[in-house]
Design a protein around this ligand. Structure first.
Ligand SMILES: [Zn+2]
Length: 65
């Protein structure tokens, strides 16, 4: 399960200047913050990790899955 907070992720990357372009599809990468949650098997504690993914047409299906 993953949550997307695009606005926050864009702020975290400092706006739209210097947006990298994907060499494969030619689309500019879109920064998306992905929060992954993972439940530990030996306790009821949830572990959360945040990552900022650069999304383009090549990987959007994986990131938004
Ligand atoms: Zn691409």
């Amino acid at each position: 399960m993953a949550k997307k907070q695009k606005t926050f992720a864009e702020k975290a990357l400092g706006g739209k200047s210097g947006v990298p372009i994907c060499p494969k599809c030619g689309q500019s990468f879109e920064p998306v913050m992905v929060i992954n949650s993972e439940k530990k098997s030996d306790s009821n504690a949830w572990k959360f990790s945040k990552t900022i993914e650069k999304v383009c047409k090549c990987n959007e299906k994986e990131v938004y899955a």
